[in-house]
Every structure is written in structure tokens, then in C-alpha cells.
Design a protein around this ligand. Sequence first.
Ligand code: 0WE
Length: 270
Amino acid sequence: MGFLSGKRALIVGVASKRSIAWGVAAAMHREGAELAFTYQNDKLKERVTGFASEVGSNIALPLDVSSDAELKAVFRDLETEWGEFDNIIHAVGYAPKECLAGTFVESVTREGFQIAHDISAYSFAAMAREALPMLRSGSALLTMSYLGAERSIPNYNVMGPAKASLEACVRFMAADLGPRNIRVNGVSAGPIKTLAASGVGNFRKLLAHAKAGTPLRRNVTIEDVGNVTAFLCSDLASAITGEIVHVDCGYSTVGMSFSVDEDEEVIAQR
Ligand code: 0WE
């Protein structure tokens, strides 16, 4: 019996099999959770419905998180399907493409700033608000963050402040929902080559840099993120809330790293 048996989870953010949300879905399915999915638009409906059926789910609902009406409708529909449930996985982030090029100061606009915060941070808080009447004691809400919330990262730009806001939302939501025994946490993942990331210039360079500078000398996979997220959703993590867990192969813990291939060959031989 898996450590999520008896749990019901809504997964928001599947766009492809490389999505972090799909890594989470696979891990949670393996551990016995019952799953429901959302798709962002009609173009993704069939694809997400197919993915859902692969993990034994026949629930795929439309959700564009920029729409108040759809945010309400998805939980109304879920109420009909499930009545009560336990987990929301929020794996959604977006800033207009122009805001992820050049410098922060040069690329920031009122509209880009607003969109980044709306889609990437507000939507998590809004989901908690809409879902609250259906969340059981022992529930856990999870979102995905990135180091850009804490440190400046070239070109990540306005997504940095948006992720900082998201991480603050985690702490405030944890304080509010804790008395109902509902936990709220974030996973700060190292860079992963997802569909969204493939549209980002220099992403290959960023992955190579992260790999070399990381204690484990490798990049993070969606399986790595899925496993930690599944754990945080489970009763194994019953005393963890308001926390941001780094799943980054140790990258954020290092002040400096000399990665020299020859040295590592010597170490490997010892
Ligand atoms: O949070 C992210 C990426 C989120 C993202 C990606 C896109 C691409 C397409 C948000 N908005 C958009 N808008 C688009 O039009 N990551 C953690 C991955 C990521 O994205 C970067 C990174 C990393 C890491 C962008 C620049 C620099 C580093």
C-alpha cells in the first residue's frame, strides 16, 4: 500500500510528459493517490485527458488560472466528482516572453509584472480560497518555486519577484490553514528542461552551469521533484508546513564550487 492511499489530489500544470506536474502525477499515482487534472485550453484537452487515463483518472477539467469564472467552476465540478479531497498541486508559472529577455530593469513593465504575479502567485492563493470548503483535515497544498525567488538569476527577471511573492503566499496560507490541519508548502526545484523552459534562451548554458556547480554533479529530474512533492502531500510530512524545500541537488547550499573534470576523475579512481 502506497503512502498516499486514500488521498485525492488535483494536479494543475500538466502540459506535456516533461512537465513537473506530470512527474508529480506519476509519483502520486505510484503511491496510491486518486488524481484529477486540469488543462489550460482546448488545445491541451485531449492530451491531458489521455495522460489522466494513463494514471487511472477520468477527471480532466478546464482551468485557465487567469479566469475567476474557471477558478470557481473547476472546484464546483470537483465537488460533484469527489465532494471532498486532500491535495492541490500548483505547477503553474508565466511571464510574457519579453520579460524573460535582457535585464530585469530594462524588461520590466506594469503589464508584465502584473501578469507574472497574477498567474504565478495569486492563482495559488485563489485556488486555496475556492477549494477550502472541500479540503479535509490532513490536506496539503503544494506549489513549485525556483531559486530566483531568493537570488538574482540572469534573464529570470520579473519571475523572481513573482516567485518571492508565491513563497510568501505559502507562509501566509500555512498560518491561515494550519488550525484546520491543512498544510501548505513549496518545492524549489533546480532547472529542468520542460516545454516551458525550452522557450528560454540560454537554458542549455544554465543547465550546464547548474550541473557543474551542484554537489551531486547532476541536474534535477521531474522524478526527483515528484517524489519529494508526493512525500510533502502525505501524512509522513504531517509536521511540515509553511516550508520551501529545495530539490536542487544541493545547488543553493554551495558558496563556491571548483568543478574540474580531471580532479573528479582522480576522486572517482580513489
Ligand atoms: O519558472 C520557470 C520558468 C517559467 C516561465 C517560462 C516561460 C517560457 C515561455 C515563465 N514564463 C514563460 N513565458 C514564456 O513565454 N523556471 C524556473 C524555468 C526557468 O525559466 C528561466 C530560467 C529558468 C531556470 C528563464 C530565464 C532564466 C532562467
